[in-house]
Design a protein around this ligand. Structure first.
Ligand code: B1M
Length: 212
């Protein structure tokens, strides 16, 4: 079994204590940090999601896998961040109201920080008013990111975008949306300016949006 496969299994089965050692060994063997993240850790979360859907595992197993994933992200983070010194501006991000998933949102925040943005992370279960407060408190912020992982919180994403527009803040900020159930079509329908399918493309789309 390759080291990346070992990492995948450790995340899948929530073996948080051995993640650090495995990642360090993989890096020492010459594995690329991005491959460890994508082929090992993110792939593990997909497997966990499939097993949950199939009724083979339950919320506690998802939770321990998520904890192992978060531990792994902390270890891999310094190896993914570039030495970007440019200041691209501020980026406010949060997971929408009713949604507690934050692993993808945190990865997006990390890649965007790496692209030179100063990230203001509002966390999870963020009500539309909180996004509005944060935008008003940061008049120099030009970009807001909204994440949603549940089909049941897609309406909350819609509500947050509508609230930002209704508050008259759309001339100040561009809005980027993402998350597993979100598509370009949905983003267009709710009036968002951009959609990104993953953390790497989120960083490049963020740059494009502030430049446009
Ligand atoms: Co939940 N969960 N979960 N869960 N969970 C999913 C999302 C699910 C697909 C699993 C499944 O059934 N296969 C399913 C949703 C089904 C649906 O909506 N149709 C589901 C469910 C049902 C639930 C609960 C309702 C379960 C229950 O209680 N019965 C519950 C809801 C709680 C709530 O939010 N109110 C719940 C709870 C949880 C845990 C707390 C146990 C845990 C989350 C822990 C945490 O995040 N701190 C959890 C987990 C771990 C998952 C899965 C297994 C993994 C999610 C993840 O971290 N993926 C997930 C299954 C899956 O995704 N396959 C599942 C890895 C991550 C890197 O990917 O988050 O997609 P992702 O992020 C990507 C892109 O989407 C994108 O970039 C990221 C990086 O590449 N992206 C953006 C994300 N945000 C973006 C923002 C952008 C741009 C791109 O711009 C701003």
């Amino acid at each position: 079994m390759s080291k990346i496969q070992e990492i995948q299994q450790a995340v899948e089965f929530g073996k948080k204590k051995i993640i650090k050692g495995l990642i360090e060994e993989a890096l020492a063997e010459g594995c690329q940090a991005i491959d460890i993240l994508n082929q090992g850790m993110i792939e593990a979360m997909s497997i966990v999601g499939e097993k949950f859907k199939a009724g083979e595992i339950y919320v506690p197993e998802m939770l321990v896998a998520a904890r192992a994933m978060k531990e792994g992200v902390e270890i891999i983070k310094p190896h993914l961040l570039s030495d970007q010194n440019t200041v691209a501006g501020k980026f406010i991000i949060g997971t929408v109201e009713g949604d507690l998933h934050d692993i993808g949102k945190n990865l997006v925040a990390m890649m965007i920080e790496s692209a030179g943005f100063t990230v203001i992370d509002l966390g999870v279960d963020v009500a539309p008013e909180k996004f509005i407060e944060a935008i008003k408190a940061n008049p120099d912020c030009r970009l807001v990111g909204l994440s949603a992982l549940l089909t049941t919180t897609m309406p909350a994403l819609n509500k947050a975008v509508a609230a930002i527009i209704e508050a008259g803040l759309k001339s100040q900020v561009k809005i980027m949306v993402g998350g597993a159930p979100i598509s370009q079509e949905f983003a267009d329908k709710i009036g968002a300016d951009g959609f990104a399918a993953d953390a790497a493309s989120a960083a490049s789309i963020a740059k494009e949006l502030v430049a446009s």
